[in-house]
Each structure stands twice: as structure tokens, then as C-alpha cells.
Design a protein around this ligand. Structure first.
Ligand code: TYD
Length: 203
């Protein structure tokens, strides 16, 4: 029987450095690099709608579009790759919806958890790496041109999302590690590598 691949997800607020880390780890481990939202042809369309800062949208609608993207992605990309034995590193997964739409926008968390179960089924990560950065550091790093719906949200929103992530990291059935993303690049790399190396990678 084919051994199931390992699945690592990276999370964090905008400009936390999670995408850089996710890409780096995927490359080092020869894993499939995946991301949300927008990693499938349907996802590209959903991403365009959901990030468009000029088209006002209800938070519940926003959540359902993110979850539609995830459901499609999990079933069409992530799950088949894992089942075939491929390791997968995903830039954002279900915690993003709980943190952004739940803690950030105030969508009912229990409803979001139920919808998440519908979207991902049994496709759960083996590890979630949270790059935790302060809002000040994220603001310094963030490119200010062409801000999307989330990047243009106020500082309080980003504070709620950050606090939401930290709360989720304490109370989830999936294992999480929290890495201090305010540290310098070399130290963040080393800490992420240390955490990821604990997983049972195939020889
Ligand atoms: P992402 O592609 O990670 O950002 P970037 O374009 O900077 O690489 O994510 C785009 C935005 O979507 C980001 O602000 C977070 C938001 N988002 C949610 O609000 N909920 C979700 O479930 C996901 C996956 C993303």
C-alpha cells in the first residue's frame, strides 16, 4: 500500500513571511507547493472575486467563497497528491478562514467549523506552522500599492486575526507550532526547519 504523504500548512497574517517559508520548505523537501485561495482554475476565479477591494461583500459570503475554494482544492489537488504518497506544503489552509472570517470579521466560529468539516473532510495537516509577527513588523514589510480587501482592512482587524491564530494554536486537534516571525530571517528559517524536521519524512 502506498504510504500517505505528509501535509504541512503555513499560516500567519499578511506579510508574516509564511509564503516565503512555505515555498522554501516545499523546495527543500521536494514536496508539492500548494496555496489558498486560488490554486485551481475555479480557485483563480473565486480568488479574483473574494480579494476585490472594490466589490463590497458580506462576511458570510466571503467565508463561503473561501470555503468553496478550499473544498475544491482539498478534493482535487491536496487529497489526491497525499493519497499518491506525495508530500504537500500548503500556504494557508482552514485556519485562515477561522482567523480572518471568524476572529477578524466576526462570522460565527461554530458555523465556520461545521463548514470546514464539509470542505476538507479528513484532509487534515500533520503540522500547522504559524508565523507570528507583530502588526508593526507586518506593516513595515507590507507593500502598500494595490491593496486587496484584506490588506486594506484596519489595524484592529489584523490584531484580531493575529490573536485568533494564537487562540487556534492552543485549542486545535491538529498539532501547531508557533514561530516568532519578528526574528531575523536566518533565525526564522532555522526554527521552521527544526519544527518541520520533527515530522516522520520518508527516507
Ligand atoms: P494570500 O494569497 O496568502 O496573500 P498574498 O496575496 O499576500 O500572498 O491570501 C490572500 C488573502 O486572503 C489574505 O489577506 C488572507 C485572506 N484569506 C482569508 O481571509 N480567508 C481564507 O480562508 C484564506 C485562505 C485567505
Amino acid at each position: 500500500m502506498t504510504r500517505r504523504g505528509l501535509f504541512v500548512a503555513f499560516e500567519g497574517i499578511d506579510a508574516s513571511g509564511k509564503s516565503t517559508q512555505a515555498r522554501r520548505v516545499a523546495k527543500d523537501r521536494g514536496a508539492l507547493f500548494a496555496f489558498e485561495p486560488g490554486d485551481t482554475p475555479l480557485g483563480v476565479e473565486l480568488r479574483r472575486w473574494v480579494l476585490d477591494a472594490t466589490a463590497p461583500m458580506d462576511p458570510g459570503t466571503e467565508a463561503l467563497l473561501m470555503l468553496a475554494d478550499r473544498s475544491h482544492h482539498a478534493r482535487r489537488v491536496l487529497e489526491p497528491a497525499l493519497a499518491s504518497g506525495r508530500n504537500v506544503v500548503c500556504d494557508r489552509y482552514y485556519p485562515s478562514s477561522l482567523a480572518y472570517q471568524g476572529y477578524g470579521r466576526g462570522v460565527n466560529l461554530e458555523h465556520l467549523r461545521a463548514a470546514t468539516a464539509l470542505a476538507i473532510g479528513a484532509c487534515r495537516p500533520d503540522l500547522i506552522v504559524l508565523l507570528d509577527v507583530s502588526i508593526d513588523v507586518a506593516n513595515e514589510r507590507r507593500a502598500r500599492d494595490h491593496e486587496d480587501r484584506f490588506e486594506s482592512a484596519d489595524a484592529d482587524f489584523h490584531e484580531r486575526v493575529r490573536a485568533g491564530y494564537l487562540a487556534l494554536a492552543q485549542n486545535d486537534t491538529t498539532p501547531w507550532v508557533v514561530v516568532n516571525g519578528d526574528d531575523d530571517f536566518e533565525r526564522v528559517n532555522a526554527r521552521v526547519d527544526e519544527c518541520v524536521a520533527e515530522l516522520p519524512w520518508p527516507a
